[in-house]
Design a protein around this ligand. Structure first.
Ligand code: DQA
Length: 146
């Protein structure tokens, strides 16, 4: 079995660190990717990190994971609340999924309360800041070792 995780960050997450820091904190996307790589390495897992502002690019990356990844950590960002296509890609590849949101989406606008991903995810982590990505890796590593 593959020992690689796919880390997917959706639109606007390339701006982490400068984008609404009162909501998303001061860590950058590079910090998040380093955190995920460090955490995964402790479990003998590699990481392929992808960020895109384009729905189709995210879908292509998810399809490619079928070839050589064991699980997916994804923060679909705004596409969480809008994209049936992203949901279908995730359910289509059939890998375990950890859905992460840095902010507590349930304490924000109503339109952020609905996720097209949560009911097909193995776990959902919201409102833990970027530490949520670490929790996601730990959970997937545990699932993969079962
Ligand atoms: C987010 C929450 C989404 O509602 C928002 O569109 C994002 C980031 C989060 O990590 O808290 O871009 O997924």
């Amino acid at each position: 079995m593959s020992r690689r995780l796919l880390l997917v960050n959706g639109p606007n997450l390339n701006l982490l660190g400068t984008r609404e820091p009162e909501i998303y904190g001061a860590d950058t996307l590079a910090d998040v990717e380093a955190l995920v790589e460090r955490t995964a390495a402790a479990f003998g897992l590699e990481v392929r990190a992808v960020q895109s502002n384009h729905e189709g690019s995210l879908i292509d990356a998810i399809h490619a994971a079928r070839e050589d990844c064991a699980a997916i950590v994804i923060n679909p960002a705004a596409f969480t609340h809008t994209s049936v296509a992203l949901r279908d890609a995730l359910s289509g590849v059939g890998l375990p999924i950890a859905e992460v949101h840095i902010s507590n989406v349930h304490a924000r606008e109503e339109f952020r309360h609905r996720s097209f991903v949560s009911d097909i995810a193995s776990c959902v982590i919201v409102g833990c800041g970027v530490q949520g990505y670490e929790f996601a890796v730990r959970r997937l590593a545990a699932l993969l070792s079962d």
